[in-house]
Every structure is written in structure tokens, then in C-alpha cells.
Design a protein around this ligand. Structure first.
Ligand SMILES: C[S@@+](CC[C@H](N)C(=O)[O-])C[C@H]1O[C@@H](n2cnc3c(N)ncnc32)[C@H](O)[C@@H]1O
Length: 254
């Protein structure tokens, strides 16, 4: 286990990792699996995407333990389509720590799908980090791009098909401001299909303002566990309305 990442059990029995130096955990203490499902997989409406096309393309910002990807697989269980994931991570030691964590996390409900993700991440790490696609389960794919997400996202070919969903899950704006900047969010927005939904845990006004400045509509994300609402964004999808005072401030850019 990497000394930089400390395992922590969350309230729903699933595990997360805390980055020791930043003192920031990858998930809410109320439940890592709960958060992955209800903050990311469900509000991004992956099932709806799978009902209209054969492949669901997911951009996963901040690979961490890969739990959000596992939640996406869980959500898509029984759907005909396959999941193609591009996942961005700066620190390979979090993935190494995840692979070591597997031995103590094996009993949780998330285990079936997380085992599939761990296998893909392990193969991707071994594949000399070339960012090529590896198998994700029976017919999905995963591309792990190691490096600063601002650079790895920019290096993706412009011809790559647009993403149907974005899980925006970096460390907090205080700890990792670069991934909440308008510049990075614009690059993300440019890669989204018209009906794609981005979900993030942050409800900070600055984050919502930056998302709105990219041209995306901004809406309220669900409350998960003890956490306040998050944020959703999309070019064209109808989203739950933000409180009126927030909408007014976004309109006035104050
Ligand atoms: C909240 S955790 C992600 C948890 C993850 N989504 C999961 O399901 O387990 C945030 C992750 O973002 C990564 N990160 C931080 N800064 C980054 C950057 N500039 N580029 C890419 N990844 C970054 C961290 O190393 C960490 O693994």
C-alpha cells in the first residue's frame, strides 16, 4: 500500500482512500459507493443513453479508486450497450493503492463491478501507460490517461467521438483549483455530446459560474447522504432547476 494513500471505510461499508498530504479523501465518509451511484452514475442518465445507442462514452475526471466507473457498470447492468471510458488521473500511486486495497474490500456490494474495473486498471498500468484502450469487462473499454488532466484531455484526438457523460470528481476547488478552472471546463464542455450530462459534487458558485461560462446549462445535482446538493451541466438536457437566487446571480455574473 502506498504511504501517500490511507484506506478508510465509509458509512455504507465501502472503502475509499485519503491522500495523506492533502488530507482529502476520494469520497464522502457517508458512503463511497452510495456517492458513486447517486452522485454520478444515476444523474448522468446512463441507462437513457444506453437505450438510444450501442455504446456509452464516459469521461471520468479523477480515476482514484475507479469506484465511479464501477458504479457506471452497475447502473448499466442488463442494458445491451457497452461502456467506453476515458479516465484521467495524475497519480498512479492511487491506482496501485486501490489494487492493494482489493484484499480488504472484497465483501462489499460494489465488489463485482469494482473487480472488473481493477482488472482493467491493472492491465492499463502494465501497458506502459500508453493510454491505449484495454478491455473493461466483456465488451467495454477503458483508456487510462496518466498525467495532468488538463494536458491529457487536450491530447485526445479532436476526431474522438463526443462523450455522453462526464464524472467531474477532482479534489476540492481549494486543493486542485486547476480542474475547476473555466479553461479546463471549456475543454471538457467541447468534448460533450449535446445531450451529455456532467455531474460533480461541488455546488460552489464559482464552479457553477465557470460551467455556465462554457455555454452549458447548469442545474442542481442530487443531495447524497449528508452532503448538500451537487451540480449538473449539459448543453441541451433538461436539468433540475437551481434556486432562483443562484440562477439570478449566474445571469448577472455577480
Ligand atoms: C476525489 S478523487 C477521485 C475519486 C474517483 N473518481 C473514484 O471513483 O474513486 C480525485 C482524484 O483526482 C486526482 N487528481 C488530482 N489532480 C489531478 C489532475 N490535475 N489531473 C488528473 N487527476 C488529478 C487525484 O489524484 C485523485 O485520485
Amino acid at each position: 500500500m502506498s504511504a501517500a494513500w490511507v484506506p478508510e471505510r465509509t458509512a455504507d461499508g465501502s472503502w475509499t482512500l485519503r491522500q495523506r498530504e492533502l488530507d482529502e479523501a476520494c469520497h464522502s465518509s457517508a458512503g463511497a459507493w452510495l456517492e458513486s451511484l447517486e452522485r454520478y452514475a444515476v444523474p448522468c442518465r446512463l441507462k437513457q443513453v444506453a437505450s438510444r445507442q450501442e455504446r456509452v462514452r464516459l469521461l471520468d475526471v479523477g480515476t482514484g479508486l475507479g469506484l465511479n466507473i464501477a458504479a457506471a457498470l452497475h447502473e448499466l447492468e442488463g442494458c445491451v450497450g457497452a461502456l467506453d471510458v476515458v479516465t484521467l488521473e495524475i497519480d498512479r500511486t492511487v491506482i496501485e493503492a486501490t489494487l492493494a486495497l482489493a484484499t480488504i474490500g472484497a465483501t462489499h456490494a460494489s465488489e463485482r463491478e469494482h473487480a472488473v474495473v481493477r482488472a482493467a486498471l491493472s492491465t492499463a498500468l502494465d501497458a506502459a501507460s500508453d493510454g491505449g484502450a484495454v478491455a473493461l469487462g466483456a465488451n467495454g473499454t477503458l483508456r487510462l490517461l496518466l498525467g495532468d488532466a488538463r494536458e491529457t484531455l487536450a491530447q485526445l484526438p479532436a476526431t474522438l467521438e463526443a462523450f455522453d457523460a462526464v464524472f467531474l470528481d477532482p479534489f476540492s476547488p481549494r486543493r486542485a483549483p486547476e480542474l475547476w478552472s473555466e479553461a479546463f471546463l471549456s475543454d471538457v464542455a467541447r468534448r460533450m455530446a449535446p445531450r451529455a450530462i456532467l455531474s460533480t459534487y461541488s455546488a460552489a458558485f464559482g464552479v457553477r459560474r465557470a460551467l455556465a461560462a462554457t455555454g452549458l446549462r447548469v442545474g442542481a445535482g442530487p443531495r447524497v447522504g449528508a452532503k448538500a446538493e451537487g451540480t449538473l451541466a449539459s448543453l441541451t438536457a433538461e436539468l433540475p432547476a437551481l434556486p432562483e437566487r443562484v440562477t439570478r446571480r449566474l445571469r448577472n455574473r455577480t
